[in-house]
Design a protein around this ligand. Structure first.
Ligand SMILES: Nc1ncnc2c1ncn2[C@@H]1O[C@H](COP(=O)(O)OP(=O)(O)O)[C@@H](O)[C@H]1O
Ligand SMILES: [Mg+2]
Length: 505
């Protein structure tokens, strides 16, 4: 039997960049096929071509062995394809069921049959275990639910080939398990699923086969049952994975960060941070786990001096810095790797050298009286670039020209360069490639070994589990539970992240 979907020799150029370089891909009926690769590998480009959003510069698409030309997504949908994008394309002011049937409404005598439409959506949701209220207004729903609405759209159109572009990036662990269950169910009904991800554990958990892309090319193909995680990582990055150094047990030292009943209010809403207390000691990494939007951002903003708390106290190495400004926090020994490296962590138009000095530019060795020592700034930047292997192409280029991974390494290098006693790292590896993740993790571990106190705030569970000595789970502004790293397993943590209080007992 020919593959349900086949791509042959797909080429796509953006200017001089070869985003897809002669890609071959075959997906069988009823197969869950992962497409894996680092940021920029060409995954989304390939999916957009398979879904008719743009034509390839060369190559051919076959459905059930027959060559087709897809002129638009509508064309692709008519042939049984459906794609759930990274950013959803739904109407906020319509209800769930209206979104699902939009453009494909059941009609009676040319009129929209509302009853039939609503009932169909409810039936599909029940049959596939997609928990949504058909009458809810879409704009008010959390992102995980919106994704289920997208999948319902696909089901309503009797999808035969479902394309999911990084669907798990926005999901909690239990939601992710739910999505995997739907994927398996669809596959058992002979639907083919193309599952784009850059996460190895997801590929191993759900995919039958995986095609690995690197720099626009197919780097390898595997049957997941017949390969090793190391082989997949090597294909994805082009080199063998770096083994994680064993972690020396350290006796945690004195308390360097002391947070007492910290509270941040939001007008007209529940407290963003609700009397949160914890400590971080020298030589310790404390991880704050939580699904985005449970108060982590407000907590960090209050801890680093970006917004004054409404209650409670913050002590840095016994010095009270509650409600002090960012500069005072720095003075007291705080380094901060912000979540938003582009807007908060760096200035895109300024040079790499100036970005390296940012926050420290008024002190020695960069300032001499009211003058800045340009040579010192440039030399320090060059040294950091060399030490951390940042691909910068010169210290006078604008920071905005750096790739995400290299910009993040720049911010991390800068923050760690001054020996601050306390480090707050907020989503330090979001959106960066595996190589940069490995080096940032190694740097955080080195900080711990050097006796610093590290607070790691991350939505990435594997990162929290790999690095933390203790784990605090945040849910709706509170610390729901505290776990020692050794006793935490991913499933238990997943239930806590979803706010299951009984799991906290
Ligand atoms: N519309 C576009 N214009 C120019 N370059 C693009 C465009 N879309 C993607 N690219 C580039 O093509 C490469 C592959 O991107 P993409 O397919 O989005 O990768 P992935 O989804 O694997 O992260 C990247 O270098 C990206 O910057
Ligand atoms: Mg992509």
């Amino acid at each position: 039997m020919p593959p349900a979907l086949e791509a042959r020799g797909i080429v796509r150029r953006y200017g001089t960049l070869l985003a897809n370089d002669r890609i071959d891909l075959a997906v069988a009926e009823g197969e869950i096929h992962a497409v894996m690769g680092e940021n920029g590998a060409g995954k989304s480009t390939l999916m957009s071509i398979l879904f008719g959003m743009q034509p390839p510069d060369a190559g051919e698409i076959r459905l059930d062995g027959r060559s087709v030309r897809l002129h638009s997504p509508a064309d692709a949908i008519a042939r049984g394809l459906f794609m759930v994008h990274q950013a959803f394309r739904l109407f906020a002011h319509l209800t769930v069921w209206e979104n699902v049937v939009y453009g494909q409404e059941p009609r009676r005598l040319l009129l929209l049959d509302r009853r039939a439409a609503r009932a169909r959506v409810a039936t599909l949701a029940a049959r596939y275990g997609l928990s949504v209220d058909p009458d809810a207004r879409l704009g008010l729903l959390p992102v995980g639910v919106r994704q289920r609405v997208e999948i319902l759209k696909a089901l309503h159109r009797r999808v035969r080939i479902l394309i999911l572009d990084e669907p798990t990036a926005v999901l909690t662990p239990p939601e992710r398990e739910g999505l995997f269950a739907v994927m398996r169910r669809l596959a058992s009904e002979r639907c083919s699923v193309l599952f784009v991800t850059h996460k190895l554990d997801e590929v191993l958990a759900v995919a039958d086969r995986v095609t690995v892309l690197r720099d626009g090319r197919v780097a390898a193909r595997f049957a997941t049952a017949a390969t090793t995680p190391a082989a997949i990582v090597e294909a994805m990055t082009g080199r063998a994975p770096v083994p994680r150094p064993p972690r020396a047990a350290l006796a945690a030292g004195r308390v360097l960060l002391d947070v007492r009943a910290l509270t941040v209010r939001a007008p007209g809403r529940p407290r963003l941070v609700d009397e949160v207390s914890f400590t971080v000691r020298a030589g310790e990494i404390v991880g704050i786990a939580g699904v985005a939007g449970n108060g982590q951002e407000a907590l960090v903003a209050a801890l680093v001096g970006l917004r004054p708390p409404d209650g409670g106290r913050v002590l840095l190495d016994r010095r009270d810095v509650t409600a002090a400004d960012v500069a005072t926090h720095r003075d007291a020994g705080l380094a901060y790797i912000p979540e938003d490296r582009a807007a908060v962590g760096s200035a895109a138009a300024a040079s790499i050298a100036d970005n390296m000095a940012m926050g420290f530019h008024r002190a020695a060795p960069f300032a001499r009286g009211i003058w800045q020592d340009r040579a010192a700034v440039r030399a320090a930047a060059a040294a950091l670039i060399a030490r951390h292997g940042i691909r910068a192409g010169g210290v006078d280029r604008p920071a905005g020209a750096l790739s995400g991974g290299n910009l993040q390494k720049l911010v991390v290098a800068r923050e760690l360069a001054h020996g601050a006693a306390v480090l707050i790292a907020e989503q330090p590896t979001r959106g960066v490639d595996l190589g940069a993740i490995e080096s940032i993790h190694a740097l955080l571990a080195a900080e711990r070994a050097a006796g610093r106190a590290v607070l790691l705030v991350s939505a990435e569970l594997s990162e929290i589990l790999a690095l933390s000595d203790r784990i605090l789970v945040m849910f709706e502004g509170r610390v729901l539970a505290e776990l020692a790293a050794g006793t935490a397993d991913a499933q238990h943590l997943g239930r806590l992240l979803a706010g299951q209080r009984d799991a906290a007992a």
